[in-house]
Design a protein around this ligand. Sequence first.
Ligand code: FMN
Ligand code: SF4
Length: 416
Amino acid sequence: MIKEKRIILGSSGRINPCSIIDYIDAGGYRALARALEGNPERVVDEVIASGLRGRGGAGFPTGVKNQTASGTHPGITHYVVCNADEGEPGTFKDRIIMETNPHLLIEGIVISGYAVASGKGYIYIRGEYYDSINKLQSAINQAYEKGYLGNNILGSGFSFDLEIKPGAGSYLCGEELTLLESLEGKRGYPRIKPPFPAEKGLWGQPTLVNNVETLANIPGIIVNGSSWYRSAGTERTPGTKIFTISGDVALPGCYEVEAGAILNDLINDLAGGTRDGKPWKAALLGGAAGTFVPYSFADLSMCYERLKERGATLGSGAVIVMGSERKFIPMIQSILRFFKHESCGKCVPCRIGTTYIHERSMELSVAGHDERIAILDDMVIHARQIAKSSLCPLGQSPILPLETLQRHFSEAMATE
Ligand SMILES: Cc1cc2nc3c(=O)[nH]c(=O)nc-3n(C[C@H](O)[C@H](O)[C@H](O)COP(=O)(O)O)c2cc1C
Ligand code: SF4
């Protein structure tokens, strides 16, 4: 029987998120004090040694990003941007962190600011997250009052300011370069990569962009050390991971476990199994841009390396469970409607292509068995073409759900 291992969510539900005193009493801001005692390189080295990988979806090593951002153009303005856009369907972990323990995130941001020689940070947050915004703003005010933000933090000579910027509800604005355009006050259109934000980001300056969950890991790593961090999880995915389990389960919710936990244990032991008590039919891992897996993947270890071996994705940690009665056709129609809606329209293949594959998916409802197989094949071919010729990663997003639907469930979809 698997149990949660609450590190990031350790104080969630136990402390008052609106009280900095509660946070300090629970050991909060000790990591910041420890970081400021040493030089910034020590923080970067510790994060590299921890093996922490970005929790926003791509799994890029956080320490390497820190190193790039800190080493680029020494002496000029650097920024830290916390990506709290949380637009991936089925994902709601960042909201839980921000609403239950906002100071943990703030502490992680200030330490990261110190590591990359930045004096200014922004939290780019999903505009609909009213409660998160209010709690974060109140926590930021308290951190200024107590000297954990602002000038000469804890008498160290290091100064750092932090501001919240709500987004306007575009999925694409969660993509780091589009986010920076939006943060600069421009329309949410993507930029060409490279250069990466760590080299040339906000207003052309080196910028560290990290996800909420990634940054919330930093205080624990600094105060307890990288070996402690590596004692949980797997070799290539150390630490814990927060999974958001939704769909046809008895106890949908946000669960923190050691990375590498088994998929079926997450669904059965934590999320209470399916609502009808029968084995689940499929799970969509990583959200709308993720991968469908069948029940034969129940023994899947939820870490980057094992998932990759079996052609699945961890993404943001969303696990959308489909019970035995759930149908694939409305599911894929809903996913493709989402991408059509969220395409920014800047480039033709994605603008026209996402509309085309969505329209094709609507034909599935009235098609017969063989025709359904042919339509799915056609959608996969078009999704591959869109991916090859699109400007930004959103154009690549429909491929994985479509390919994995075709690989594992074409017959099930054709007969439903
Ligand atoms: C279309 C799209 C949407 C994204 N949305 C988010 C998001 O809502 N939150 C997030 O943290 N990362 C999102 N990402 C990933 C970011 O581009 C980036 O990889 C991440 O913020 C880096 O932080 P990390 O290294 O801590 O994971 C998105 C990427 C794409 C392509
Ligand atoms: S791929 Fe889609 S979302 Fe990305 S720039 Fe082109 S139209 Fe916009």
